[in-house]
Design a binder for this molecule. Structure first.
Ligand SMILES: Nc1nc2c(ncn2[C@@H]2O[C@H](COP(=O)(O)OP(=O)(O)OP(=O)(O)O)[C@@H](O)[C@H]2O)c(=O)[nH]1
Length: 742
């Protein structure tokens, strides 16, 4: 007996199942849900309502009219089984306006597929029959019955209870999840007023709507950004955390003995008990002191340290600042201190070269107190260790002090988990391919581990330690050199071990597609123009400033004035002051500490300019103290109003000078960058310091006055009211441009 279910009937008549159920209720016929089967008399009653004509033209049932299948007409509908009822009674029996509309939605129907469907269906039923039929005598009879009934009884896979999706699904994907034909979904969408193709992607609302039509639950899963390496790092249980070696960086002024100290520690400690070990420079090494290990990063200097930090890597636990006892605190000593302070890393002072007759450790201590580093002996909390990197004196005490700081700070890690850490250095080796020294910061790295390193990926093929020995595993704070990556990563890149090689490839490739530029854009650098907005959003309570000035006096005066600024709880924090041109190291520190740079009577050098541009660091150049204060205060109040901004348009180098009576000094110059225009403002810069600021008096090419001179051309420049031009000076040209405030 043909069973027609509520939803089939509803579909045929282009009404909702609910309508049918309500209608039946009106007729005092109870049905449980849209899957309920309707008997003939109920269908008859419904037909009277929805299709009065059907009364007169009562259609034969498929059972008593097997020929019907042969007739070409039903072939017009090739919908899967739930639509079979529709197939049987397709022609002109439904005449509601809606259904006419529905007919338009059936262009997918074709004669060819109906045959396919049928043969498929009969196969299905034959199979079912063979499996289930216990009465062999009835077999043939039943078979013929099934064949007749086959189109009606096609099995439809049961609906899932719940489906999940991320962001969207195409019609085909949704159909697959619901175990339905895409055409059925397309039809449903059409009923809902959405014309969709099989590959069309559906948004959350559409997916939910369709699923609810089937009574299926929907769950949206939040997409995981696989390119975020941290998402591959698993959380540690407190119980798994054990003590790990401290990681130490050595910094200090040029020639104060950083390299000698690193070598001396290594030579005296590394080979002890490691007979035959040939030290190998892999960018870091470990020494053992009193049964404990200490890891030293082999690249001394604060620039390297802060470059890593600017890339987001937090590698160093402790910094040692080396100060030569015969030379005292020098500019780079101060830089190193400020870089370490900005990174909030404990500092140990190694007062070096105490073997020298001119050594004066007390003077070093005295000078350092001016930078907030007061020795314990004088009531402060900074550890000072007098050493001689050359003779080895005091090195043991220095190492003991490192262990002590490590104990106090309690550096811990979990050796049981998958490894993650940072690239210390990396290069391409002719024979071995990409070679990278990794510092394992957590977990244990093993040969064979699938790994993502920065934008590269692979499997750890071989590991070599700092003694050049092959190792199979490396625990927390251990530096190892690995091979097996597809590309050379960069120092400061993070690495993580992932579950399998496929994931490593997927993540590595996805990361490689995210360009450096877009990574940079993601970083929200502080600028005076956006400062107020950032403060309003509660992102910032302190404005970090790096201040460079022409002389110490103005640097100090300006820093003191800036520190006094306080706007609604937000303050200025001067993280570094110095004398002289703005250098690349200043820009790196600004990048790592999210600071702006103020140049007072000084300019950035070429490398600093390039770095500031590529890293989007806000560099403000001034000549008058109160204007600096005004600008910072206004920016913090959101009242920054200069609608004009200075734009540097070019630079010329003074190659020679001519003194001409009446005219003054003519600067025979060569334009090295941009252009110089007749009406631009100019600054005369000598060794990074602004000597004079004013206007151009005359701009000439040979004897002719010209409006502008472009890069790589020579010209003669005279500056209004200024004649003290010297060979080697830089003439910087700028214009004031109107800018839109963010
Ligand atoms: N007398 C004496 N000389 C030392 C000591 N430490 C270093 N020197 C010497 O000082 C000079 C500079 O030492 P380096 O270790 O190269 O100094 P650095 O800080 O690494 O220098 P840069 O790499 O240029 O920044 C070398 O000639 C060393 O031999 C020391 O404790 N005593």
């Amino acid at each position: 007996m043909t069973k027609i279910r509520v939803y089939e009937y509803a579909k045929k008549h282009n009404v909702s199942s609910k309508d049918i159920i309500v209608k039946l209720k009106d007729m005092n016929i109870e049905v449980s849900n849209h899957m309920a089967a309707l008997d003939d008399s109920t269908i008859q009653k419904l037909d009277n309502t929805y299709n009065p004509k059907a009364k007169e033209e009562k259609k034969p049932s498929p059972n008593n009219n097997p020929q019907k299948q042969e007739s070409p007409k039903p072939a017009e509908n090739t919908e899967p089984k739930p639509d079979k009822y529709e197939d049987e009674g397709d022609d002109n029996t439904v005449n509601t306006q809606k259904l006419k509309k529905k007919a338009v939605a059936k262009p997918v129907v074709g004669k060819k597929t109906v045959q396919e469907n049928r043969s498929k269906e009969s196969r299905v039923f034959n199979k079912g029959n063979n499996n289930n039929n216990r009465n062999k005598n009835n077999r043939n009879k039943q078979k013929s019955n099934y064949q007749q009934q086959a189109p009606v009884q096609r099995k439809v896979k049961e609906l899932p209870k719940k489906i999940t999706f991320t962001e969207s699904l195409t019609v085909a994907e949704l159909a697959k999840k619901l175990y339905r034909e895409p055409s059925e979904i397309i039809k449903k969408l059409f009923m809902l007023g959405v014309v969709a193709t099989i590959n069309q992607s559906l948004d959350k609302d559409a997916i939910e709507l369709i699923a609810s039509e089937y009574g299926v639950e929907v769950e949206e899963t939040i997409p995981v950004d696989i390119t975020d390496l941290e998402s591959h790092v698993t959380d540690d249980q407190a119980a798994d955390l054990v003590e790990r070696p401290s990681v130490v960086t050595i910094m200090g002024h040029v020639d104060h003995g950083k390299t000698t100290l690193l070598d001396s520690i290594r030579n005296t400690k590394v080979t002890e008990g490691e007979a035959g070990g040939i030290t190998q420079h892999i960018g870091a090494y470990q020494v053992e002191v009193s049964d404990k290990k200490i890891t030293f990063l082999d690249t001394p200097g604060h620039a390297a340290f802060t470059t890593m930090r600017a890339r987001g890597a937090k590698v160093t636990d402790i910094t040692i600042i080396v100060v030569a006892a015969d030379d005292g605190v020098m500019p780079q000593t101060v830089e190193a201190i400020n870089h370490a302070k900005a990174a909030e890393v404990p500092i140990i002072i190694a007062v070096n070269k105490i073997d020298k007759p001119a050594a004066n450790p007390d003077r070093v201590m005295q000078e350092l107190t001016e930078h907030g580093l007061v020795p314990e002996a004088w009531g402060g909390d900074t550890i000072f260790v007098p050493i001689s990197a050359k003779t080895g004196e005091g090195i043991d005490s220095l190492l003991e002090m490192i262990l002590l700081v490590g104990e106090v700070e309690e550096y811990k890690a979990n050796p049981k988990t998958r490894a993650n850490g940072t690239v210390i250095e990396a290069q391409l080796d002719k024979g071995r391919g990409a070679v990278a020294t990794l510092l394992v910061q957590n977990g244990t790295l093993r040969v064979g581990d699938p790994i993502v390193v920065g934008n590269s990926f692979g499997r750890v093929r071989a590991m070599v330690n700092d003694l050049g020995r092959r190792v199979k595993d490396a625990g927390p704070s251990t530096p190892v050199e690995i091979t097996g990556l597809n590309e050379v990563p960069q120092a400061g890149d993070r690495f993580v071990v992932v579950e399998d090689e496929k994931t490593a490839r997927q993540v590595g490739e996805a990361r490689a597609q995210v360009t450096l530029q877009s990574q940079r854009n993601e970083k929200s650098r502080v600028t005076l123009d956006t400062l107020f907005e950032q403060m309003k959003q509660g992102e910032m309570k302190e404005l970090n400033i790096i201040l460079k000035a022409d002389v110490q006096g103005s640097a100090e005066a300006l820093a003191a004035s800036l520190r006094k600024i306080e706007v609604e709880g937000a303050k200025v924090k001067i993280i570094h002051t110095g004398v002289g041109a703005i250098t690349e190291s200043d820009i790196i520190l600004a990048t790592a500490s999210n600071a702006i740079v103020i140049g007072f009577n000084v300019r950035p050098d070429v490398n600093a300019k390039r770095a500031a541009e590529s890293e989007n660091v806000d560099v403000r150049l001034h000549r008058i103290i109160y204007k600096v204060i005004d600008e910072i205060e206004a920016a913090m109040k959101g009242m920054l109003d200069p609608e004009f901004e200075e734009k540097i348009i070019g630079q010329a180098e003074v190659r020679t000078t001519f003194k001409v009576s009446k005219v003054g000094t003519i600067a025979g110059s060569y334009v090295t960058d941009g252009k110089i225009t007749r009406d631009s403002g100019v600054r005369l810069i000598r060794q990074g310091v602004v000597i004079f600021e004013g206007q151009i008096d005359a701009l000439k090419r040979f004897k002719d006055d010209v409006k502008e001179v472009a890069t790589n051309y020579e010209c003669g420049i005279t500056i209004k009211n200024f004649n003290d031009v010297k060979e080697g000076d830089i003439i910087e040209a700028y214009v004031m441009e109107e800018v839109e405030r963010a």
